[in-house]
Design a protein around this ligand. Structure first.
Ligand SMILES: [Zn+2]
Length: 304
């Protein structure tokens, strides 16, 4: 199938760029492209503001300084342009402070405030996937914020900051980490879901899936979904590959186990059917300056 070949070609590149998520350093990290992001899609049709009925599910508890006018557009099925950001820790904890995977809360808020001030609005991964499948209404400047693994500091530190700006996120949790030491609990995940967050599966044990035997792969991919759905009572529609590592069989299984999408690593801003089971996520790293963060993003300044 042509689609399959396209997907595979994209994946090989993504995997080359992306095998480093979560732990370790990659000798391939220098391969990360640094070119400027794509311009916004020209296919969006502006909706008259008078017809807007969407109300944010979360009212910011503190009024942020800038006034943001929510602006939404309608797009056809097929393609969505939106940065998908990947975070792991938002913490002041000494153990993780200097880790590539940690963003201190002040720095995280600076990034979120910049997004807010520049008229970004969050959507979750399954919203983005639904738009690829069906088209529909989308913020004029959508951004997807994701967290991997299930660290408690995401609930303690990132959640209140996002809530303050009316933002939500998608949290990919490892099944056996939930309720563990320094990890998010079942009740906390339920609270996030009630407040507009999406919960996804990040496998059962955070294994390197290409090295897992054929008979254990269903546990990692399928049973993690079923277990989380049972524990949380919420749908789990998206999967995050541990370390961004995949092969053809892993993608085939993921797409056949009831997930609607899956996420990996990479710098693409445009997403479509050819990447719906390896959506490209940009990892925000500890040492990024605000300018570097801004350069990851496709839009800035006032809305056109
Ligand atoms: Zn991970």
């Amino acid at each position: 199938m042509k689609l399959r070949r396209l997907l595979t070609a994209g994946l090989i590149i993504s995997v080359l760029l992306g095998v480093t998520a979560c732990q370790g350093r990659s000798p391939l990290s220098f391969l990360r492209p640094t070119e400027t992001p794509l311009p916004p899609t020209a296919t969006a049709t502006a909706l008259p503001t008078a017809t807007e009925t969407a109300t944010p599910t979360i009212t910011p508890t503190l009024a942020p300084t800038a006034t943001s006018t929510p602006s939404r557009v309608v797009i056809p099925a097929g393609s969505v342009t939106a940065p998908i950001l990947l975070y792991h820790h938002v913490s002041t904890n000494n153990d993780t402070q200097d880790s590539r995977y940690n963003i201190p809360p002040e720095k995280f808020e600076e990034q979120i405030k910049w997004l807010y001030d520049n008229h970004y609005q969050t959507i979750n991964v399954s919203d983005l996937a639904n738009l690829i499948y069906n088209g529909g209404e989308i913020p004029q400047r959508p951004v997807v914020i994701t967290f991997d693994d299930g660290n408690i500091d995401v609930f303690n530190n990132a959640y209140p900051i996002l809530k303050k700006y009316g933002f939500v996120a998608t949290f990919y949790v490892v099944q056996i980490y939930v309720n563990g030491k320094d990890m998010v609990s079942t009740d906390q995940l339920k609270e996030l879901y009630k407040n507009g967050w999406e919960i996804g599966s990040h496998s059962k044990t955070h294994a390197h899936l290409p090295g897992v035997s054929e008979d254990l792969l269903p546990d990692e991919i399928r049973l993690s979904k079923l277990n989380l759905e049972e524990k949380l009572g919420v749908p789990i529609n998206s999967f995050a590959y541990p370390f961004g590592e995949i092969n053809d069989n892993i993608i085939r299984l993921t797409s056949s186990y009831g997930y609607k999408s899956a996420v990996g690593l990479g710098n693409e801003l445009a997403h479509g059917m050819n990447s719906i089971f390896y959506l490209s996520r940009i990892e925000v790293q500890n040492d990024f300056s605000l300018d570097q963060f801004i350069r990851l993003l496709p839009w800035s300044g006032p809305l056109p």
